[in-house]
Structures are given as structure tokens and as C-alpha cells.
Design a protein around this ligand. Structure first.
Ligand SMILES: [Zn+2]
Length: 603
């Protein structure tokens, strides 16, 4: 067996946000050992050039410093030497992001890709990691939460950990600080949730609910052989939301408003969102961490890897994240349908759905989805939002065409049995092949239209088959995101086709929809709104101003572009029916009722 690389992490200077990381290589490359730092973080398809956070780096052997030459933006080569070599780097950590690294006097967090230099050519060696307490914070009560395997450390303590190779090393984010810890079991496997941030919430309830949803997922797809523990790392702040999946853990961030208070009953839309986030990242434990796109095996973190499959891994995961909640009884059917209706609304308001397929959106994630600008909504489509609705359409198509014999669950179980633990990845057309094989249906048309094409999804007809009525209507105002019938008497205002957002004391046009009255009049994203027909105009009163007019009226919008006051003549049109409500059919026939119950119960 190869000699393990010895890593050590020290929160060297919390006040200056500096971690020190060292790695000692027993048998360096005789031609001069190369070390590199990842350009991107697995699960997040953006070149981040993490090496830019390295503020100092040096190498030594037998106590003597040796030359280290930077050979490209992310790599360094040490002078040739025969004895063990130690690389020491100081890394600035002030990125409060689930994919980043952050250190201050209150806590430390890092994603492994940000922190551990790879020993190039020896990435398959096992690793030992010593994680030391912060320097200069006497009397601190920091604890450590990570899914990394413990070699020598007390529970939630500093100490020594291990990883089987470099890919495993960077798959266990580490949180350290004053942590609130909750523990529970799912299918006999110990699970932990470690929370950082000022929040008062009902930990017992969260543990109970997470246990319910984790147990359901473990039973749905089968317990991975190597899953002997799982850790949710949660950072709670005022206004954050996001997550990143790992094989034995996930990094989550949410607002304290997403968490249930002690004594709260029911599941609010905000708590549903939190449960959906946990459910999403947990589903990834199978779907992207163990079943992977073939293009990610092996995974080169120095440059982009293009695959048309991100919609499969993010879209199907986004479909299941809330479906699981209704199936295991954590949310009601009404609450689930509200969530789906909001997704349909989001897609209907994205004009880019008519320009870009989800396969293209996946392939171009690096340069388009992860680098959005004011025109994105007109030009691209989210492989999460549309991917989840394509998964819904595929599930309902399989159920309908096979008379309920075959479902997306069957397809997912087959994907798991083929690629879950084989070490091989899913080929680009892998899902399609499996779906056709499992169902015996000819699905080429489905994939051609909805995955590789931009044909509108046939959701109205498919939902009808499971006794759900889909209705599209005009929005009643900027806060109307679909999912519930419009308030009575709240008529939709005429359409200008642009949104306003408040920033730094002014309201700016944010999205100007293609083909809209605003676009035709010449209004552009970034213009600072001043007035509509000589009355003040801002994000809060736009709906009210528009409601004073009728479809077909021409109004004058005044706005600053840079320092120049401009006037636009805008002819208001009828609002598009881009808002969705879903309602259960109160009187389904018995076939419909059976299909609906099978879909929502998973039985
Ligand atoms: Zn995801």
C-alpha cells in the first residue's frame, strides 16, 4: 500500500482569516514534485481558481527550504529531492459560501477543494489529516464537525482523520466553532446535524423530520454499502440559502426564518424550503456522488468538464427533493402542489426556455448558468427548474403509458444498480437507454422534444391523468409567484414586461423580457426608474401605477441611464398567462385515483 500523505490544518491567524495547511510527501516525484490547487469545486460548475487565495507557499526537505517554482495559475513544482518533502501554504479564508473557506475568531469552515493541495501523480495515495485548534484563542470551546473518518480524535474534537485518496480527502467539508449538535438514526445509520450561527429553533423536531426523510430515501434507492455515517453541516444567517452535496455529508446555509421555532405546528413554506434543501442534498448521496456522469470519472479539477447530463443529476434530484417530503408525510399534498406550481410559473416566466434546451443548458453551465447576467432569463433555461419538470413529465409519462407498471423510481433503481457502486459513470445517453429498457417504451420522441429540444412540456395533460388540474393565469402583481389562486378582486395589471429591483436607495430595471412592451420602448436593464406618467415609480409601486391604466394605453416612463434622463413611450399590453395554479380534481374516476395515490405515496 502507498505511503499516506500527511496533511495538517491549523487555523493559524483567525483574526487575519488565515489557515495554514501543510502536506508531507514521503516519496516525492524524482523529477520535482508538482502540487496543485483545484480550479473548481465538485458539484459547482464554475472556474473559481481557488489558488488565488494562497497568500504564501514554500517547500522544504530535511529541515531545509528548497525552491518552489510556479508553473501555471494553480500549480507549483519543487526542486528535485530524494527525501520527504513538506509543502506549507497560507490560505486566506473569507468566503462565506458552502463551497468556500471562511475563518474568523468565531469559527472556521472549509470545503476540502479550497484547502488541500493535490500531490500531482500521487492522487491515489491515502491521506492522514491532522486538524488543530485555533491559535491565539485561549479558552475557546470550538468543536469539530466533519464526516471525515476519525483516526484519533474525541467525538466532535480536534485530532487526526483519514481519507482513502485525494478525491475522498476533498469530499468532507469541515466546520469548527461553537456548534449546536443534533443526532439521530436512519435505518440504523448514525446521522448528525451540526449548526452554527445565532438561532433559536426546535432541534428535536428537525432531527425527527430529517430522520423521517432520510429513512424514506434509504428505503427508496437502497443503502449504499459504504454509508456508515452522515453529517449535515448547517450555517444559519439572516438571508442565505444554498447547499453543496458530498458523499457522506452536505454543507447547507439557510436563513433562521427557515427553521421551526419551539412549539411551531405544521410546515410553513419557509420550513418546507429547508426540508427540501436537506432532502435535495441527501438525494445526491446516490445521484451524482455515487452514480456520476461518465465524464466525471476521473474528475480533473483543473479545467471545465462538459456534460449534457447536469439536468439528469440536478433536475431529477430537484424533482425528488419535494416529492419525497409528501411521500413520507412531512408535507401535505396541497403544499406539494403549491411547490410544483411555483416551479411551473418560474419556467413559464423564463423566455430562454424557448431558446435553449436543458441538454445545452447542462453543457454550457460553466459559462452561462453559473455566469448569469441581465439577459439570462431571455437566453437560457435552468437545468434545475426545467430539469425537475422534465423529470415530473417523464415519471407521469412512464406511469401513463405503462398503466402504472413502470415509474421513474424503477428507472432510478436500475441506474443505481448499474452505476451506483461499479465505479463506472453514466454515459451521455445513459438515462434514456435505461428508461427505455426498464419501461419497454419508445421514448426517443420524449427526449428529442423535451431534453434536446425546446418544445413546451405537456404537463397539463399528464397531470390530468393523476387527477390534478393545471390552470395558467395572469399574475396579479410582483409578489404573485403562483401556487395559490389569486386573491379575489386583485385583478392583473396590464403588462410592461420588465421587473424592478431596489438597490442602494434606487429602483432599477432588472429583467426586461424579450418581446415585451418595455423592450420595444427601449428600456434596458440597469435603467434607474424615476416616474410613470410623471408620478414616482419604484419597485414597490409599479403594480399600483400600472393598475391605473388599461391594456392598450401608452404611458411615459422616465428613467436615468447613467446620468442621462430618458423618456420611453410604452404601450401596455395584455399580461401573459405565465402563472400556474394546481388543484386536486375533487371527483376523480377510480383509475385516476389509483394513479394519483401511487404517484404521491410511492407505493
Ligand atoms: Zn443539487
Amino acid at each position: 500500500m502507498s505511503t499516506p500523505h500527511q496533511y495538517r490544518i491549523i487555523p493559524r491567524d483567525p483574526g487575519a482569516h488565515l489557515f495554514e495547511v501543510t502536506v508531507t510527501v514521503a516519496k516525492p516525484d524524482p523529477a520535482g514534485q508538482v502540487f496543485s490547487i483545484a480550479a473548481w469545486v465538485p458539484g459547482s460548475y464554475l472556474i473559481r481558481d481557488l489558488s488565488r487565495h494562497v497568500v504564501a507557499i514554500r517547500a522544504s526537505t530535511e529541515g531545509q527550504e528548497i525552491a518552489l517554482t510556479k508553473i501555471d495559475k494553480s500549480s507549483w513544482q519543487a526542486d528535485a529531492c530524494e527525501a520527504a518533502i513538506t509543502l506549507t501554504a497560507e490560505i486566506h479564508a473569507y468566503d462565506l459560501n458552502v463551497r468556500g473557506a471562511h475563518l474568523d475568531t468565531t469559527h472556521g469552515f472549509f470545503d476540502g477543494a479550497c484547502m488541500f493541495p493535490a500531490v500531482v501523480g500521487q492522487e491515489d495515495h491515502p491521506c492522514r489529516v491532522e486538524i488543530l485548534p485555533p491559535v491565539g484563542l485561549a479558552g475557546n470551546e470550538w468543536r469539530v464537525a466533519t464526516s471525515m473518518k476519525v483516526v484519533d480524535a474525541e467525538q466532535y474534537g480536534f485530532g487526526t482523520f483519514s481519507a482513502s485518496d485525494y478525491a475522498d480527502l476533498i469530499d468532507h467539508p469541515v466546520e469548527m466553532g461553537n456548534l449546536l449538535i443534533g443526532e439521530f438514526e436512519a435505518c440504523g445509520i448514525p446521522h448528525t446535524i451540526a449548526v452554527r450561527g445565532h438561532a433559536h429553533f426546535d432541534m428535536a423536531r428537525i432531527c425527527h423530520d430529517l430522520s423521517t426523510l432520510c429513512t424514506y430515501q434509504l428505503q427508496l434507492l437502497g443503502i449504499p454499502k459504504n454509508l456508515d455515517r452522515y453529517v449535515f453541516l448547517l450555517y444559519v444567517q439572516n438571508d442565505v440559502y444554498g447547499g453543496l452535496e458530498h458523499g457522506w455529508s452536505s454543507s447547507l446555509a439557510c436563513s433562521r426564518r427557515n427553521l421551526p421555532g419551539r412549539g411551531d405546528a405544521g410546515v410553513s413554506a419557509k420550513y418546507r424550503r429547508f426540508l427540501g434543501l436537506c432532502s435535495h442534498e441527501y438525494f445526491h448521496l446516490w445521484h451524482v456522488k455515487r452514480i456520476k456522469p461518465a465524464k466525471f470519472t476521473p474528475c480533473d479539477l483543473r479545467a471545465e468538464i462538459h456534460t449534457g447530463l447536469l439536468w439528469v443529476f440536478e433536475g431529477i434530484t430537484s424533482y425528488y427533493d419535494h416529492l419525497v417530503l409528501v411521500r413520507c408525510g412531512l408535507i401535505t399534498t396541497t403544499s406539494y402542489l403549491e411547490h410544483v406550481a411555483k416551479s411551473i410559473t418560474r419556467l413559464a416566466r423564463t423566455r430562454g426556455r424557448l431558446r435553449q434546451s436543458i441538454e445545452e443548458s447542462s453543457f454550457d453551465a460553466w459559462s452561462r448558468f453559473y455566469r448569469q447576467d441581465a439577459n439570462s432569463s431571455n437566453a437560457i433555461v435552468s437545468y434545475y427548474t426545467k430539469g425537475a419538470l422534465v423529470a415530473l413529465a417523464l415519471d407521469l409519462t412512464l406511469r401513463k403509458e405503462s398503466d402504472g407498471r413502470c415509474t421513474l423510481d424503477d428507472v432510478m433503481r436500475e441506474c443505481w444498480s448499474i452505476w451506483g457502486e461499479s465505479g463506472e459513470g453514466m454515459p451521455e445517453r445513459g438515462l434514456e437507454t435505461v428508461a427505455r429498457a426498464v419501461s419497454g417504451l419508445e421514448l426517443a420522441d420524449f427526449f428529442e422534444r423535451y431534453v434536446r429540444g425546446t418544445t413546451e412540456l405537456p404537463l397539463q395533460g399528464l397531470l390530468k391523468e393523476v387527477g390534478v388540474n393545471l390552470r395558467m393565469r395572469a399574475a396579479t402583481g410582483r409578489k404573485d409567484t403562483g401556487g395559490s389562486p389569486e386573491a379575489e378582486g386583485n385583478t392583473p395589471p396590464p403588462w410592461i414586461g420588465a421587473t424592478l429591483a431596489d438597490r442602494a436607495g434606487s429602483s432599477r430595471f432588472r429583467v426586461v423580457h424579450s418581446g415585451s412592451p418595455a423592450e420595444e420602448a427601449g428600456i434596458a436593464p440597469g435603467d434607474v426608474a424615476v416616474a410613470l406618467d410623471d408620478l414616482t415609480l419604484n419597485a414597490a409601486n409599479l403594480d399600483e401605477r400600472l393598475r391605473e391604466h388599461h391594456v392598450g394605453d401608452t404611458v411615459t416612463v422616465a428613467a436615468f441611464r447613467d446620468e442621462h434622463l430618458m423618456r420611453f413611450s410604452v404601450k401596455l399590453s395584455a399580461p401573459p398567462e405565465d402563472t400556474c395554479d394546481l388543484k386536486l380534481d375533487g371527483n376523480p374516476d377510480s383509475r385516476t385515483e389509483t394513479m394519483r395515490s401511487a404517484w404521491l405515496s410511492g407505493d
